[in-house]
Design a protein around this ligand. Structure first.
Ligand code: B12
Length: 266
């Protein structure tokens, strides 16, 4: 496809029309904003001005997209049900909004042959302005000595009650210089707050407390909490008790979905 200039709002607006009613949010970015922070092995092989869009799931994705998806289509095969649903929603939106156009869609759980993630979800969320990415280096006089602490994004409305699901790269679509890099809202400005956040995320993420570092406008429903606090290998059984899995569906081996055990998808 020949490179073209477009109205960024037009593209994000079309995606939003399809995806917001399903509980997703979309934020545009320029490839250069992302690439400029990363070493060559993690960069996207697209021109600096190419448009990309990061897709987040909000708490309502579970009720607005996931449960209806299972009711209508059921799960196919053994891959993670949430991943199947997100993929279905995103690919349907892309083919409906941009028929015939080449869009490189990358999901949070996908790895490159080098075993590196296909995109760094948190860096993308930060540079798009969607959610501030708090990293170890954002804390002055760190109390953790040499220990490696994983960073975490905080959404200004949902706190930690969201996930970063996909990056859409429109390689041939050039955003003009009028597209200005937004600064994500710094909702955890104090050193103490950031220490509390990073410790909660790294040392006891299972209790969900890190997600409430700011008061969220909405959290996961009890049903969604039950789902995500179930081990990935046991989630098929839980869905069955909800009447959402045809019983002839094949059972996954406990080890068949290691990626979702890694990342949990919540
Ligand atoms: C691998 C992985 C893990 C691994 C390793 C974690 C890690 N961060 O490396 C493990 C298994 C430990 C893990 C665990 C969890 N994970 Co995880 N994980 C991932 C995954 C798939 C890749 C992360 C990764 O490898 N990053 C590579 C490292 C090197 O990147 P980095 O540390 O950010 O370093 C880069 C930046 O610093 C950047 N950079 C440099 N300078 C600057 C400056 C600025 C301003 C910026 C923005 C960037 C930047 O350059 C560096 C690279 O060179 C992501 C999804 C994805 N595709 O990104 C989810 C993800 C990070 N995980 C997530 C979650 C929620 C979890 C868990 C809570 C599990 C769960 N079920 O919910 C736990 C919590 C962590 C813990 N206590 O163990 C969420 C985080 C959401 C958020 N709010 O931030 C993600 C984004 C998945 C998602 N779909 O939303 N995870």
């Amino acid at each position: 496809m020949a490179a073209c200039r477009v109205n960024v709002e037009e593209i994000t607006g079309q995606l939003e029309d399809c995806l917001s009613k399903l509980g997703f949010e979309v934020y545009p970015l320029k490839v250069a904003w992302y690439n400029s922070l990363l070493p060559p092995s993690l960069r996207l092989a697209y021109p600096d001005d190419s448009l990309a869009v990061v897709v987040l799931s909000t708490p309502s994705m579970f009720e607005q997209a996931f449960l209806p998806f299972l009711e209508e289509r059921g799960c196919q095969g053994l891959s993670d049900p949430i991943d199947q649903c997100v993929k279905h929603c995103v690919t349907s939106a892309v083919s409906q909004c941009f028929p015939g156009q080449e869009v490189d869609v990358r999901y949070d759980y996908e790895l490159l042959p080098s075993r590196k993630p296909k995109f760094l979800a948190q860096t993308a969320a930060h540079v798009s302005g969607a959610a501030f990415y708090y990293q170890q280096s954002d804390v002055r006089d760190q109390p953790w000595a040499e220990k490696k602490m994983f960073g975490v994004c905080v959404h200004p409305r949902f706190g930690g009650w969201f996930a970063i699901r996909a990056l859409l790269v429109f390689g041939g679509v050039m955003a003009g210089s009028e597209m200005v890099q937004p600064v994500p809202p710094d909702c955890v400005p104090s050193r103490e707050g950031r220490i509390q956040l990073l410790e909660a995320f790294n040392f006891h993420w299972q209790d969900w407390v890190y997600r409430d570092i700011i008061r969220p406008v909405q959290t996961y429903s009890q049903k969604q909490k039950d789902y995500f606090s179930t081990l990935p290998a046991k989630r098929f059984d839980l869905l069955k008790t909800w009447g959402l899995m045809p019983s002839e569906n094949v059972q996954p081996e406990p080890t068949s979905d290691t990626q979702s055990q890694v990342n949990g998808h919540g």
